[in-house]
Ligand binder design. Structure first.
Ligand code: ISE
Length: 343
């Protein structure tokens, strides 16, 4: 590290990658953006030009080989993650990898096996909800035990609209993957089976996209979790999770914000996308990654968590296709991932 500052290469300069570049440049302490990578070289140059001393690359391996690159953020599309992760492992570089870790369970397991061969954790997966203040409070309430055993979670996951090419499979792999992680994290249990119900699609759903859907998880501790996933709801971005315990309930994500009375109406604004809704969570997530990396440690959701969520999603995609209840198959958890992860 130069002057104790972490030099970060950001791979992928789409919505999330360019937001992380801005975040590291303007918000995060202890790190600088040393390199950006995009297959579209002009786009990479455009983003690099916004940051002092930042180089643009089209090849992730070339960026990782640069002298001033100490760590990597992977924010490229999911299918490109495995190759970038293996390249980072070959150089023993710390990684913050956006979700999904990879798009299917077999490739996610290969990543887990490669990190296990390395012998130490290098990956934090970008499940940013774990860094959201209210989700953190919900976790503390459940861990505190005052609500008794958690019996059910009711989750709502709505996006205003989807980008072109967003498929039904992606509603599970890119969207419901968050609820797979939140369920495992909040309850400290594995998800054992998935069922997907598909009502007649909304007229606003693009041709061929099942939207909305109701996804049901069953967990190893006997809890049941329902997830409304509605990715073209039209009106905004909403993520909520209500836990129902034996002695009470607790709900995160109402995100009321400023309450305004005007023109004969009361109410407030609804965020339009995740970059806005989870801004603070992303800030905390990236700062936590930078701090841990500078100390030589790793915190947060691990590659194992990324794999377990991918296994749930794989069962979810099969349940979507078959209409039936589908069991989740998990490999044995390597010792590397057995230490308790409290973040
Ligand atoms: C997107 O990739 C995200 O991660 C968002 O949090 C999620 O709400 C959205 O559905 C995904 O497409």
């Amino acid at each position: 590290m130069r002057d104790g500052t972490l030099g970060v290469a950001v791979i992928g300069t789409g919505r999330m990658g360019s937001d992380h570049v801005r975040r590291i440049d303007e918000v995060i302490s202890g790190a600088r953006v040393a390199a950006v990578v995009d297959l579209d070289g002009e786009r990479a140059k455009g983003v690099a030009a916004l940051v002092d001393g930042c180089a643009a690359y089209t090849d992730p391996a070339a960026a990782m080989a640069a002298d001033d690159v100490d760590a990597v953020i992977i924010a490229s599309p999911g299918p490109a993650h495995e190759a970038a992760l293996l390249e980072a492992f070959a150089r023993d570089l710390p990684v913050l990898c956006e979700k999904p870790l990879t798009p299917d369970a077999a490739s996610a397991l290969r990543v887990v096996e490669a990190e296990t061969r390395l012998g130490h954790r290098r990956v934090q997966v970008g499940f940013m909800r774990r860094f959201d203040a209210e989700f953190g409070q919900l976790k503390a309430v459940l861990d505190g035990g005052g609500l008794g055993r958690t019996l059910m979670l009711h989750c709502t996951h709505r996006n205003a609209s989807t980008p072109p090419g967003f498929t039904s499979r992606m509603t599970i792999n890119d969207s419901v993957v968050h609820e797979a992680d939140v369920t495992r994290w909040l309850l400290g249990q594995e998800i054992t089976a998935v069922t997907v119900l598909r009502p007649a699609p909304s007229a606003a759903a693009p041709e061929g996209l099942s939207d909305p859907q109701l996804v049901l998880f069953e967990t190893s501790g006997g809890a049941v979790v329902d997830v409304e996933i509605f990715v073209n709801c039209g009106f905004g971005y909403q993520v909520r999770c209500e836990a129902v315990g034996e002695h009470g309930t607790a709900r995160a994500g109402d995100a009321h914000g400023l309450y305004v009375n005007a023109a004969g109406r009361w109410g407030g604004e609804i965020a339009q996308d995740y970059v806005v809704r989870f801004k603070d969570a992303y800030d905390r997530e990236v700062q936590a990654w930078v701090d841990a990396t500078r100390r030589g440690g790793v915190i947060g959701p691990s590659a194992w968590d990324g794999y377990a969520a991918a296994a749930v999603c794989e069962a979810g995609v099969r349940a979507q296709e078959s209409g039936g209840r589908t069991a989740v198959t998990l490999a044995e958890r390597p010792d590397l991932y057995r230490a308790a992860d409290r973040s």
